[in-house]
Design a protein around this ligand. Structure first.
Ligand code: MLT
Length: 325
């Protein structure tokens, strides 16, 4: 028995050593960052910009894998069950916190299936419509929606998406349920909005700024307390008559639970470098957002944000009574 225990102890120490040796030489091969929405949407856009800068810092290729569906929870589940070796990461947003209440059954435990790397950015949202949609402004949209509630279609990226949350806040604010049309991401939803197949959407400036400025979709409002420099003519929801409707989409970078702390720390340092990259800063500004400050691009800051946001949105979601089956 003693011999067996001694053998097991040696084997365990070898495994531990290999694990920590791997952490010390990390990264040694291509890293995959999962985006839990379809390609071409706001989460995809943010991730590709950050991944390109982190790849330069880490000296390893970073590939983006789009795993859409179920409002981002399928992609999150994919990473929760990945090997905790630092080579499969998740870039997700506020939906990580709202899905914890919206979904009674998830393939992961929101607060115990991930290690934290850091916050990435907080993106404003815009209420937009197909360019020939009748209402001229937010006030007109509210009136039109109330009078035509069974006809107005609202695109989102599924229950748990930021676009779902914002749409839910809008419908609660006007006390009118509308017809929701789910997509695997607001990239494909934008295609239908541009084509006139769906009426309105609440989506992030990282996906709507170019189209609003180009006049290919109609912008009604931005969901921030102040107007945005990049969209100076777009009123705030408060100016348009919806003072309580303010929401911004924070994004975080995660690794599977069990990923060595040295790896999470190395990734956090690389994220902090990436968020200062001139191309990231410039592109984020063009898209109406800014990188998270260095102090927020840390595991502790992301953990605190996720915990506080779960608590913040839980009563709001319960009051709206919208759950995923
Ligand atoms: C959402 O939550 O609406 C997502 O950001 C959509 C997307 O990134 O495609």
């Amino acid at each position: 028995m003693k011999k067996l225990l001694a053998t097991l102890a040696v084997a365990a120490s070898f495994t531990l050593a290999a694990h920590s040796a791997g952490a010390q030489t990390y990264p040694e091969r291509t890293i995959t960052v999962v985006v839990p929405f379809a390609a071409g949407g706001p989460t995809d856009t943010v991730t590709r910009l950050v991944a390109e800068a982190m790849s330069k810092d880490l000296g390893q290729q970073i590939v983006v894998e789009n795993v859409g569906g179920a409002g981002g929870t399928l992609g999150a589940g994919r990473v929760a069950s990945a090997d905790p070796d630092g080579y499969t990461l998740l870039l997700h947003h506020i939906g990580m916190s709202t899905s914890a209440t919206l979904y009674r059954k998830l393939a992961y435990d929101t607060l115990n299936s991930f290690e934290y790397v850091g916050l990435v950015t907080e993106v404003p949202m815009t209420i937009v419509a197909r360019k020939d949609f009748e209402p001229a402004d937010l006030k007109g949209l509210i009136e039109y929606a109330k009078e035509n509630k069974d006809a107005v279609t609202v695109a989102n990226a599924g229950i748990g998406a930021a676009s779902h949350l914002c749409g839910m806040l809008f419908m609660s604010a006007i006390d009118t349920p509308l017809v929701t049309v789910p997509y695997k991401g607001t990239g494909p939803a934008m295609t239908d909005l541009l084509g006139g197949q769906v009426d309105i959407m609440c989506d992030q400036t990282t996906n709507t700024t170019k189209q609003i400025l180009g006049g290919t979709i109609k912008g009604y409002a931005v969901t921030t307390p102040k107007r945005l420099d990049v969209l100076p003519d777009l009123p705030t929801t408060e100016e348009g008559g919806l003072p309580g409707m303010q929401v911004s989409v924070w994004h975080g970078l995660y690794a599977p639970k069990g990923t060595p702390a040295e790896v999470s720390e190395r990734l956090s340092k690389s994220l902090q470098v990436a968020l200062k990259d001139p191309n990231v800063v410039a592109r984020f500004a063009e898209l109406g957002t800014t990188p998270s400050p260095e102090a927020d691009a840390t595991p502790a800051a992301l953990k605190a944000k996720l915990e506080s946001e779960i608590a913040r949105w839980k009563p709001i979601i319960e009051a709206a009574g919208q759950y995923a089956d």
